[in-house]
Design a protein around this ligand. Structure first.
Ligand code: NDP
Length: 456
């Protein structure tokens, strides 16, 4: 007889936790998952899914403008934020029920409430104690606010998704994924948008040429860029907010959004009771099998702050279940994971940046092309695409691919398969293009420049 209530207790019903629960249950494990808010987690409830729906909504704004160049006579259009949010909420509800159904049919017990770890095999939810042979922490992450006076006046992406009205003027603080995505969303929906970022370029960690390019594209799309700008305080006067910049400039807007990063959800989890120390960012350190320093305690997804992407969390959850309950030890492969920022235009990449590639491989050939997409010829929109491939000079193998374009996310998925398969530049050259398309540029890039490691 099993000495524990469950074989596996999962803390967090998001992408990673749900996948791990279902797969473990499929192997015959008795599984419980505790969720304090709604099943589906960040991705489904307040991240990828609702954000993408808002992105689609905002693209119609641009499409309406662009359509005039193609002969459309468009009467003055207006957008109803409340209808969009209602429709988005209905879709999120539907998906939450799908998650509920999946867990139910897998025989996983769902416990509503915040779980805390009280011992190596014991968890407490709503003052009820449960024991389990294994515990999986999949508690995700939450928005982090800057520490400045008036920070409490700022909203986060969570608040925006539940907001009743769209702002006429919005300032977004930060220059990462969420800042770039929401700048495009509000611009497309007709708001006046400022991006205030402390760095000189957006999207730290991305290829430098890509960073430069997306900055110019957002500026060309009439987003008011304040780069190398530090916000010192936020204030409020009647219905408006003031954003005080170090330069002395004061921006007056209707909403200030903080998109200044996310922090792993480890506060109050009780990890210290089982001797697990979180790192400086609050993340749970794990090995390649998602094992913590405490036997039988594992962690997957954003709470481990490895690659904070939904498909990665799902893969980590699946690999954990295979390893622990399926007798198929498996590490998650964090190499060659494609990713995309759903800004407008989108930024997508797989593999190394030019800077990383020359550091790792010494000498690389870089193929980079910037051009106006065909759609812009008639729309008149000031828009430039960037397509970039990086080949290891010694082997011709493609080690990085980057694209900034309207459908960059759709393009990069196929390129990622080629990189996984070890494609060389010669393989790309041997492939014919789909004409006319933006993606065909990947197989017609000719002119290379050499980029080599800077010896110090
Ligand atoms: P990011 O880490 O991407 O960006 C945070 C931004 O905030 C950076 O530009 C950072 O500047 C800036 N910043 C941090 N602290 C401060 C501060 N105190 N004052 C001013 N600026 C500050 O975080 P996001 O919140 O945008 O997204 C979190 C993560 O979620 C992403 O990294 C990604 O992993 C994931 N995500 C993925 C998406 C996707 O796949 N499409 C969409 C959304 C999120 P600096 O660069 O100088 O540090």
């Amino acid at each position: 007889m099993n000495a524990y209530d469950f074989d596996l207790f999962v803390i967090g019903g998001g992408s990673g936790g749900v996948r791990a629960s279902r797969i473990a249950a499929g192997y015959g494990a008795k599984v419980a998952v505790a969720e304090e808010y709604r099943l589906g987690g960040t991705c489904v409830i307040r991240g990828c899914v609702p954000k993408k729906l808002l992105m689609y909504a905002s693209q119609f704004g641009m499409a309406l403008e662009d359509s005039k160049g193609f002969g459309w006579q468009v009467p003055q259009a207006s957008h109803e934020w409340e209808s969009l949010i209602r429709a988005k909420d209905a879709e999120v509800d539907r998906l939450e029920h799908v998650y509920e159904g999946l867990l139910g049919s897998a025989g996983v017990k769902v416990i509503k409430g915040k779980a805390t770890i009280v011992g190596p095999h014991e968890v407490c939810v709503n003052e009820m104690s449960f024991t389990a042979d294994h515990i999986l922490v999949a508690s995700g992450s939450k928005p982090e606010m800057p520490r400045i006076p008036g920070a409490e006046l700022m909203v986060t992406s969570n608040d925006i998704l539940a907001m009743e009205h769209a702002p006429k003027r919005i300032a977004i603080v930060g220059g990462g994924y969420i800042a770039c995505e929401f700048a495009g969303i509000f611009k497309g929906l007709g708001s006046r948008v400022w991006m205030v970022h402390r760095g000189r370029r957006l999207l730290r960690g991305f290829d430098e040429e890509v960073r430069e390019h997306i900055g110019s594209e957002l500026a060309a799309n009439d987003i008011q860029m304040r780069l190398a700008s530090t916000v010192v305080a936020v204030g409020r006067k009647q219905d408006a907010y003031q954003l005080y910049l170090e330069s002395g400039e004061i921006l007056e807007v209707d909403l200030v959004m903080a998109a200044t990063g996310r922090r792993p959800n480890t506060d109050g989890l009780g990890l210290e009771r089982v001797g697990v120390q979180v790192d400086a960012r609050g993340a749970v350190p794990v090995d390649g099998y998602s094992r913590t320093s405490c036997d039988h305690l594992y962690a997957v997804g954003d709470v481990t702050n490895r690659l904070n992407l939904t498909p990665v969390a799902i893969q980590e959850g699946h690999a954990f279940a295979d390893t622990v309950f399926g007798n198929k030890p498996r590490r998650t492969d964090h190499d060659g994971v494609p990713f995309a920022v759903f800004s407008q235009p989108q930024v997508a990449a797989v593999g190394l940046t030019e800077e990383e590639a020359r550091e790792r491989h010494g000498a690389v050939r870089v193929y980079s092309s910037g051009f106006g997409p065909m759609r812009a010829t008639l729309s008149g929109r000031n828009e430039r695409v960037l397509v970039k491939l990086i080949a290891q000079a010694a082997t011709d193998r493609i080690v990085g691919a980057h694209v900034v374009a309207a459908d960059a996310a759709e393009i990069i998925q196929g390129i990622a398969i080629a990189l996984k398969a070890g494609a060389t530049k010669a393989d790309f050259d041997a492939t014919l293009g789909v004409h006319p398309s933006v993606a065909e540029e990947f197989v017609t890039l000719k002119k290379a420049r050499y980029s080599t490691r800077q010896e110090s």
